[in-house]
Design a protein around this ligand. Structure first.
Ligand SMILES: [Zn+2]
Length: 386
């Protein structure tokens, strides 16, 4: 098996940096999002994944030394930490990346919609990247995981702001590829009976959508300002459109996502914050206890990518998860909430790109019973589709 994975970015990849720049790929930024997706799959497939921001997973040296069996040491380590590491247990693989380029633009652009506070979008990395998974045993499952994510989601940081849609070069599009990933995850499960927290990402609660648009006019992106750069707006947009093949559509779509929840669940700010995250920390409401923890610690549950070129059309990935927990926060039913969201967001997106009469949506979600067979088929189906 070839040990290099060739990846092409479809929207800029952001792996973070303290100074707000991203000219190099930081391994940790990739690992964090791989872990996030892996956890969602583990929870959906019946395993247990701890909350990584509040983890007590730890390798038990005492038990290990008593028997000499690694599995005994791993007894209290969750299924995600087994692969991604925790206290006294190192991550099972390393990623080496190669990229010969720099940030797609200097400074940032600020996009404002209806005179709101606006979003700042720094450049990020665009182009062809080489990934190498160091450690033979985990090379294939990590590649399979990347392949799975590339179909409908995104990797890296700032994925809620449009970044990180990728494509794997090479023909790895088969159902059996995802089946192997599922088998790997199941094989590596601890088998302990800890319960997942139901507000954490679980693939059974996910929905995915691909939105296809023929034409996108610059005027439909929102009000754009160039920050800390001499580049002219028209020149930059021309470059993004024609050279990098993406357009920064995420802020405007996000704005209307948020508006949907504001209009449909009037007065229920908690529900909107729970699903869309907080716009700014200053405005965080005072909430208490578990609810406070759940609301404060977690970002958006709904993600939308920038528009990228796919077979001469513009495509956008829209995905997220709506847990049953919305009934606690929002006093509403999960399926009802999702169906309202789906219907309304189609209308709103059609209204954003209204010059284009042929906007199409492809949705994926589990509509049947969420039993293990249907969940597995859902995962296989997602990995299979382009
Ligand atoms: Zn853990």
């Amino acid at each position: 098996m070839n040990d290099e994975i060739k990846i092409k970015t479809l929207t800029p990849l952001w792996t973070g940096d303290i100074d707000g720049e991203c000219n190099k790929i930081k391994e940790t930024g990739i690992i964090g999002s791989l872990r996030w997706w892996y956890e969602a799959l583990v929870r959906g497939l019946g395993g247990y994944a701890c909350d990584p921001t509040d983890s007590i997973c730890k390798f038990d040296y005492k038990k290990y030394h008593a028997t000499g069996n690694v599995e005994d040491g791993l007894h209290d380590v969750c299924d995600a930490c087994r692969l991604f590491g925790c206290t006294d247990w190192r991550r099972r693989f390393r990623i080496e990346t190669e990229y010969n380029g720099k940030s797609v633009y200097d400074g940032s652009i600020k996009i404002t919609v209806d005179q709101n506070n606006g979003w700042y979008l720094p450049g990020g990395i665009c182009g062809d990247l080489d990934f190498k998974i160091v450690d033979d045993e985990y090379q294939k499952p990590i590649m399979q995981l990347l392949n799975f994510i590339s179909k409908w989601g995104a990797i890296g940081a700032k994925t809620q702001q449009g970044y990180g849609v990728i494509r794997l070069n090479g023909n790895v599009n088969s159902r059996s590829y995802t089946k192997e990933l599922i088998d790997f995850i199941k094989k590596n499960m601890n088998g302990n009976d800890k319960q997942n927290q139901e507000y954490l990402p679980n693939i059974k609660d996910f929905f995915f959508s691909k939105i296809y648009v023929n034409e996108i006019n610059d005027e439909n992106l929102g009000d754009i300002k160039i920050i800390h750069s001499e580049e002219k707006k028209e020149d930059l947009l021309f470059k993004l459109r024609n050279e990098y093949n993406f357009l920064p559509t995420a802020p405007k779509v996000r704005y209307y996502l948020r508006e949907h929840f504001r209009e449909t669940y009037k007065g229920n700010d908690d529900l909107r914050h729970f699903l869309c995250g907080f716009i700014s920390t200053k405005r965080r409401p005072v909430i208490l206890n578990l609810k406070e923890k759940i609301l404060k610690k977690m970002g958006s549950k709904i993600f939308v990518s920038h528009a990228f070129k796919e077979n001469d059309k513009w495509a956008m990935n829209l995905w997220g998860w709506i847990p049953e927990y919305v009934s606690v926060i929002g006093n509403t039913n999960r399926d009802k909430l999702f169906n309202e969201f789906k219907k309304n967001i189609e209308l709103k997106i059609k209204n954003i790109f209204k010059e284009d009469s042929d906007i199409r949506f492809k949705w994926k979600t589990i509509t049947d019973d969420k039993n293990s067979k249907n969940i597995e088929n859902f995962i296989l189906d997602l990995g299979d589709s382009k």
